[in-house]
Design a protein around this ligand. Structure first.
Ligand SMILES: NC(=O)c1ccc[n+]([C@@H]2O[C@H](COP(=O)([O-])OP(=O)(O)OC[C@H]3O[C@@H](n4cnc5c(N)ncnc54)[C@H](OP(=O)(O)O)[C@@H]3O)[C@@H](O)[C@H]2O)c1
Length: 275
């Protein structure tokens, strides 16, 4: 999902782009990654490849961490060897959600889920493999027109059903990949000490999944009632942070994205053009 928007954003910014899917490059194969990057000799490498099945990771942590941990390290190591800057994408799920004010880059991490632990392993692996030559961007609640995502699921379910129940006690920052991608391109190509290390970049504003679902249904003009539910009532295999709003202490070096409502409007304009 993010990878498709990144390819478009980087091309639109005038960069020559080599965008590889898993069938072309498996990041768990260190030799293949090393060969590919030594041959391409890129200026920057942006890693969007990940095991993103949050619930599935609970039953296969070795599988998740092979991609999100060791795989992320393979990419950063090969990028550093090729003289490239690494921009790695990480997640708000490295936090436990106990805070009630926006999480800053220096806040302690304490992932609740196997997915969150695997993403944290990736951050550590990237920092080890490309010291002083990487940016780790933590983002959250991604949605976009290039892949399955929460708004697309709600649009489908709300068209099929009269009523939906959606969790109200998880709050975060929905982030439109069409907004995140150009910001990542700018960051990656301004490589240097100002952008080195961890940076939080997410859609402005915050809401619960319930509020987001209501907004989607209302703006798409669908006749479906949306009810608030609790995490406890709607148990899922992976625990999720109750609060994972991302703030930043990186000043003007951290890009500020538009409000999630604006992102949702752009998403819906592409998904539901005739309404
Ligand atoms: N989605 C969110 O809400 C969210 C929130 C915060 C951060 N993030 C992070 O943002 C990044 C992009 O996420 P996304 O939502 O765009 O995910 P996505 O649509 O699931 O894309 C992940 C891609 O990684 C590929 N991949 C998986 N294993 C691979 C491997 N071993 N080698 C090469 N490619 C592999 C997948 O290929 P297949 O389709 O073949 O499996 C897929 O194309 C990820 O790092 C994710 O952790 C996502």
């Amino acid at each position: 999902m993010l990878g498709q928007d990144l390819r478009s954003a980087a091309s639109a910014a005038g960069h020559e782009v080599l965008a590889l899917v898993r069938a072309e490059l498996d990041i768990t194969d260190p030799d293949a990654v090393q060969r590919q990057l030594a041959q391409a000799r890129p200026e920057v490498v942006i890693n969007c490849a990940a095991w993103t099945d949050v619930d599935g990771a609970e039953g296969d942590y070795p599988g998740a961490v092979a991609v999100n941990g060791a795989g992320a390290g393979n990419v950063a190591r090969a990028a550093a060897a090729a003289g490239a800057w690494t921009l790695h994408v990480s997640s708000d799920y490295v936090f436990d959600g106990a805070k009630r004010q926006p999480y800053l880059e220096s806040d302690p991490v304490a992932p609740l889920s196997a997915y969150g632990r695997s993403k944290l392993e990736g951050e550590l692996a990237v920092a080890r493999a490309a010291p002083g030559r990487h940016t780790i961007v933590r983002s959250s609640w991604l949605f976009g027109n290039g892949g399955p995502c929460f708004p697309a699921t709600i649009l489908r379910l709300a068209a099929e059903r009269d009523e939906l129940t959606v969790v109200e006690d998880q709050v975060g920052c929905p982030t439109f990949t069409g907004h995140l991608a150009p910001a990542l391109v700018d960051l990656a190509w301004s490589a240097g000490s100002a952008v080195e290390g961890i940076m939080h970049v997410a859609g402005a504003g915050a809401c619960s999944w319930y509020e987001l679902a209501r907004e989607i249904v209302a703006r798409a003009g669908l006749e479906c009632r949306v009810h608030p539910g609790t995490t406890e009532e709607m148990a899922r295999p992976a625990p999720r942070p109750a609060y994972s709003v991302l703030g930043t202490e990186r000043g003007h070096t951290a890009p500020r994205l538009p409000h999630w409502r604006q992102g949702l409007g752009e998403f819906l304009a592409a998904e539901v053009p005739a309404r």
